[in-house]
Design a protein around this ligand. Sequence first.
Ligand SMILES: Nc1ncnc2c1ncn2[C@@H]1O[C@H](COP(=O)(O)OP(=O)(O)O)[C@@H](O)[C@H]1O
Ligand SMILES: [Mg+2]
Length: 372
Amino acid sequence: MTHENIQPEAQAILEPAGTRVRDPRTGRSLWMAGVLSEGTLTEDTLQVTMQFHPDHTDTQMQVMQQSLLQQINAIGWKGNVECSITVEETAEPVENTKKASEPVRGMSGGGMGPHGGPIQKQKLEGVKHIIAVASGKGGVGKSTVSVNLAVALAKQGHKVGLIDADVHGPSLPMMMKVSATPIANDDRKIVPIVSYGVKCISMGLLVDKDEPIIWRGPMVMGVIRQFFQTVAWGELDYLIVDLPPGTGDAQLTMVQAVDLSGAVIVTTPQAIAVQDAIRGVEMFKKLEVPILGIVENMSFLTLPDGSLVHPFGQGGGFETSLRYKVPLLAQLPLDERIRLGGDMGTPVALSDEDCSKAFVDIAKTIHEHSED
Ligand SMILES: Nc1ncnc2c1ncn2[C@@H]1O[C@H](COP(=O)(O)OP(=O)(O)O)[C@@H](O)[C@H]1O
Ligand SMILES: [Mg+2]
């Protein structure tokens, strides 16, 4: 039994929903027990086929069906659901190498047991390290750090990919100066666009740049999964993932979908950003993703007379790094050249400007701490 008749878009809804409902016959989740045999998603309708076994009683079938519908609703799908049922001898559990008693990463916070069956994490073949760049708050410089880190690693001779996972507010096309629409190769995988030696993918490359992306959570999750699984990344030393702000569905999906090497947390020194950054750190800790370090952005501004001022306060990133005993990777200046680099699509890390050095140092530190 496989999930081959479940479309990836439908899987983004059916896997989390089906994982939370138990099949009493096998003791596994509907997802892992192979009860969900077909799934397709059109704009407003999710079609699912539940394949029961002749040993299931009518009541069991009804309860499983109702629970599945509740879970589909609970994870945010508000469209129609058409659920059909078949009863066949052949419904068999999906092959699974993990024991059912293992906790489900991402669903197991606080030592809770699995809600159904374990979620299978995908190893990305050929990709050595996947690094998420995250923050609790938007506008703190996550994309700036992601882009410059990617470029700095590439400049140091590594093979680098960059995923812009901020589906609602993609900034990679502008910051990396890419506009070409990616095409599919013979294996029906999307070929990433290369800019400054970095392989790039972003929702902004797949839709019209002025078109608002008004999608529900499950669709966003589907796209993020596809960025990992249906892009032809080839051999990479580092795949950097620029996450959207917050600790919601997109972040969870990402952590559940792939084996992350670690996360870099970006914050400004001000209290409100630090508070949100702490939430981010806590989330990754709970999901057992190592924190590679904190980047404090917009830490200081150098005035023309050479003196330093701190428009966003002082010490927030440093205190967070002490509190969690993780490295403070950098304190970046508030500098017009960094902003211009983003707006012009020429990341400052490409240049020999003094403010590019900090990004080069972050890249070196990350590389030194990554195992080959
Ligand atoms: N250190 C910095 N100095 C000057 N401008 C910066 C700096 N860091 C980020 N910016 C600018 O601030 C804005 C928000 O940064 P961005 O990286 O898009 O944040 P996020 O991805 O966290 O929302 C961008 O216009 C960017 O160019
Ligand atoms: Mg951003």
